[in-house]
Design a protein. Structure first.
Length: 593
């Protein structure tokens, strides 16, 4: 049996352990799910390797991959690149052309694989400014662009397979495997260098915590595979022999879930919030006894505690709620979904409770690109699950809390460093510990809790520390609030910039028969809307000390999006940019400084 120490060995391990799984990788094309078996996956990866050698790819060359959606080709190319000792550079498709240019130049990428016409267009805009880039290959058939099928054809001749095998044998576990450029909330992206062992060790530790059924489960992958969380998860699925179906897009996630019927998938809090809001909206539309039962089940779910801590009467009611109401929720996501591994941002405890009540456990975890990514994760087994925490630290990883509350991490998962940036590497890697920049604590039972980003905490003029993420996460429990950023560094009080949930505001106005204009501009200036959001904030403020309460807020009429520059590709706030965009609202709150 293959002893996996390098990333490209996962499909080979899968072939040996589970034979050739017929639907190892599955992508929807022209309305049909196209299956690729484990054997075909390996054969095509080897063909790509042979072709790359024939076009001159050397050890340690860098090859970029930019894909709008997750797909079979991405994984084949990944293995094909890695097993000849080259490194891949996955790039977020949604970033600007300027960032494309910076990353391609900084990494020195010599080839680039792209998914579709829009990505080709963006790359062509800056191609002349990237002297290292020799050629671009697309996955889709695009006129005027070379297709990856040309490389598959070039690699059909197996006469240089011995060279591929020799290259594979020379790759060491501690060698650089990939450079992942962090989306970053400020400044230029940093190239995180991860070795084969960084990610492989993380997969093995994750395998002990994430309850997949070997050779039986099915998953749906839709989060960007250029993000380390999804990439780690895809290797984990290959190790477990799980069939991987690639979702068409976030817009089609509901439709795809019903088709694929996955057992487990990954998620981020923002998407889960939208799923819950959609279910809640349907509940509001119900009439009579159906509506009463729906909200009885929801309120019951919001009180959920694991391990039957609520007692027998609660469990008896929950059993009824699951049969009558929550079973329909499960049907809506395919009927088989049991677990969602969740990361990237703080999860609202109410979501963890309501989904667990519906027998879909959200396994909230914590990690960073620099830690490959997993540091800790909740696992319902062995009492390893606690709502409001990010679980217990994984095996072979050490976490300690610095005097200022910062989380420090040490282990085989910690990156090699930042590419071509020794200064920033030395700022975060000190005495073997990676300084995460997050503030947290470990409770008496060993559960890790994240309280804020170190760089995002600020002081009011009265000298009181404010943790904006804590406030923001609490405020987003309101269905009226889509996005919120707490401000007030150096000011006498914290305030907030808020993008309302415009769709919900329209629903609310309709239910209450309020005659309001439905343009975004009209909504944010409507006194009744402002008053209603103030009521929401007043209630949620009660959880905080007087110095922490949000005293004032202003509403924005535009949507906070990735394309608009408000959010990173992983949906984190770009705080400096948001503040700059709404400096007039900031001045309105605090006056000219």
């Amino acid at each position: 049996m293959t002893n996996v120490t390098r990333l490209f060995e996962f499909p080979y391990y899968q072939l040996e352990k589970y034979n050739s799984i017929p639907d190892a990788l599955v992508t929807k094309q022209n309305g049909e799910w196209i299956k690729t078996s484990t054997q075909e996956y390996i054969d095509k990866a080897n063909a790509i390797s042979r072709a790359l050698l024939r076009i001159g790819v050397q050890k340690d060359d860098k090859i970029a991959i930019i894909s709008t959606n997750n797909r079979t080709e991405w994984n084949i190319v990944d293995i094909g690149i890695l097993q000849i000792g080259a490194q891949d550079v996955p790039i977020y498709p949604t970033i600007s052309e300027d960032d494309y240019e910076y990353i391609l130049n900084h990494s020195g990428a010599i080839y680039c694989f792209v998914s579709d016409l829009e990505i080709v267009r963006k790359v062509n805009l800056i191609k002349e400014k990237v002297p290292s880039l020799k050629d671009v290959f697309s996955f889709d058939q695009i006129e005027g662009c070379k297709n990856w099928a040309e490389l598959l054809a070039l690699g059909e001749d197996k006469s240089n397979q011995d060279v591929v095998d020799d290259r594979k044998n020379r790759v060491k576990a501690d060698d650089l495997a990939t450079i992942i450029y962090t989306s970053g909330t400020t400044g230029k992206p940093k190239g995180v260098m991860l070795s084969h062992n960084n990610i492989v060790s993380n997969v093995f530790a994750g395998a002990l915590r994430i309850p997949l059924s070997p050779g039986k489960s099915r998953t749906m992958s839709y989060l960007p595979v250029c993000h380390i969380l999804e990439r780690f998860y895809l290797y984990l699925c290959q190790y477990y022999g799980v069939s991987i179906y690639f979702g068409e897009s976030i817009d089609k996630i509901g439709e795809n879930l019903k088709e694929v019927k996955p057992n487990l998938m990954t998620g981020v809090p923002r998407v889960l919030e939208k799923v819950y809001d959609k279910i809640y909206s349907k509940g509001i539309e119900l009439k009579g006894i159906k509506k009463v039962l729906f909200f009885w089940a929801v309120n019951l779910g919001l009180c959920y505690k694991p391990y039957k801590e609520n007692g027998w009467w609660y469990e008896f009611q929950l059993k009824i709620a699951r049969k009558v109401i929550f079973s329909k929720w499960k049907e809506g996501v395919g009927g088989n979904l049991e677990f969602i591994a969740c990361g990237s941002a703080a999860l609202q405890p109410r979501l963890a409770r309501i989904f667990a009540a519906a027998q879909i456990t959200i396994m909230e975890g914590y990690g960073l690109t620099e830690t490959s990514p997993l540091i800790s994760i909740n696992d319902m087994r062995n009492r390893g699950y606690k709502i409001g925490t990010v679980g217990k630290v994984i095996d072979k990883v050490e976490v300690k809390i610095a005097k200022d509350g910062e989380i420090l991490c040490k282990g085989p998962n910690v990156m090699l460093g930042y590419f071509k940036d020794e200064v920033q590497t030395n700022e975060v890697l000190i005495d073997g510990y990676f300084h995460t920049g997050d503030i947290g604590e470990i409770d008496s039972e060993g559960f890790l809790r994240i309280t804020d980003r170190k760089k995002e905490m600020f002081k009011t003029s009265g000298g009181k520390y404010i943790s904006p993420q804590l406030l923001e996460n609490a405020m987003k429990q309101s269905r009226f609030i889509e996005q919120i950023m707490v401000i007030g560094d150096g000011q006498k009080m914290p305030s907030a910039l808020i993008q309302p949930n415009f769709e919900f505001v329209k629903e609310w106005a309709k239910i209450h028969k309020l005659d309001i204009e439905t343009t975004n501009e009209a909504i944010v200036s409507n006194p009744k809307v402002i008053e209603r959001i103030q009521e929401e904030i007043n209630v949620l403020n009660e959880k905080f000390g007087n110095w922490e309460k949000i005293k004032r807020f202003e509403l924005t009429s535009d949507l906070w999006t990735i394309d608009g520059g408000h959010l990173t590709p992983t949906l984190k706030l770009k705080r400096k940019i948001v503040l700059e965009k709404y400096k007039d609202l900031y001045t309105k709150i605090y006056g000219k400084s």
